[in-house]
Write a protein that binds this ligand. Sequence first.
Ligand code: NIG
Ligand code: FE
Length: 404
Amino acid sequence: MKTLPTLYRNATLCTLAGGDWGLIEHGALFSRDGRIAWLGPEAQLPIALAREAQAEHVLQGALLTPALIDCHTHLVYGGQRANEFELRLEGASYAEIAQAGGGILSSVSATRAADEAQLLDAAGRRLRNWLGEGVGTLEIKSGYGLTLTDEARCLRVARRLQERTGLSIRATFLGAHSLPPEFAGRADDYVDALCAWLRELHAQGLVDAVDAFCESIAFSPAQVRRVFTAARQLGLPVKLHAEQLSDQGGAALAAEFSALSCDHLEHLGEAGIAAMRAAGTVAVLLPGAYYFLRETRLPPVAALRAAGVPIAVSTDHNPGTSPGSSLLLTINMACTLFRLTPLEAVRGVTVNAARALGLPDRGQLAPGLRADLAVWQLDHPRELAYWFGHRPCSRLIVAGQELS
Ligand code: NIG
Ligand code: FE
């Protein structure tokens, strides 16, 4: 879509370029064709750009950051699982509920029963929460269909949400989420089937990346290896739900396949950290799931930090373990529960989240990057991690297009 050459003036720019906040007071930013063409102190704005601008926004000192990125969600599903929340409060564990046929499989039944319009409406309604919080890019995983037709329907909904909202949406195939009932006792046959589906879904242009759930209640490292081999043969990047409930060696396996990210990681050990570091794999921390499952084992934040593994933060929005819809609350939780600094948490939903999705064209403010911008009624970007239940975003711009 064509966008006007646009000038944003009198902003406090938070570029996140370099390792710090990258603050520029009394800043200006000029965008053209959906990209950032120039930014800097307004006093240095080239006169030719001021003349070229066809739209101008004077921000009165408001904070201008890169639009936020939620790099791990399961936004498309039918139904909800509040009953399991009650069961867990009465003492049942997440794994026990899953083994008894609830958990992911109860969302699979509800998702299969919903048609495409219903899934699109429900996910579209949820998505408004992200729009209101300055999120410009969102990843959506399949994994509640678990047949070729039902996975395709969910991935199509992800594609249609991008058309409908203007947000940038990445679709990840998570066929290896749980073993569907029709394959009970035949996990290896299911892995063969989902690898064949992946080829078909890829041919339909529905897949940007491939994920799997490596856990004793889901898929073994050997099975994940087969899924990843199929993905890499198609040239698709991989990521992994790894070491959430136990250390399966999933992170090291994912690193072998140059995974973009490993996500959850509460049980990640030294070997996994070293492998992720060597492969440049991002650690995606999901404090919403940790909170909602009332976990007590923290991810090894200090060791990840010491090793220099990039850390991202995401909602993991899903009906079972993280029904929250607020990326801002999530970054607050990353600080309070996981002891990230506000700078680390904000980098976790911008620069490092972009990296977890393999998108080097966003997540910072710099010339040449996409004009994905959020304007906030805040004095300093550390407030993004401080307030919760507060909606300070006043403008969201995606690829130069104003969405709200
Ligand atoms: O990221 N860990 C696996 N998948 C989801 C939970 C899915 C569910 O319970 O519906 C997660 O936490
Ligand atoms: Fe997840």
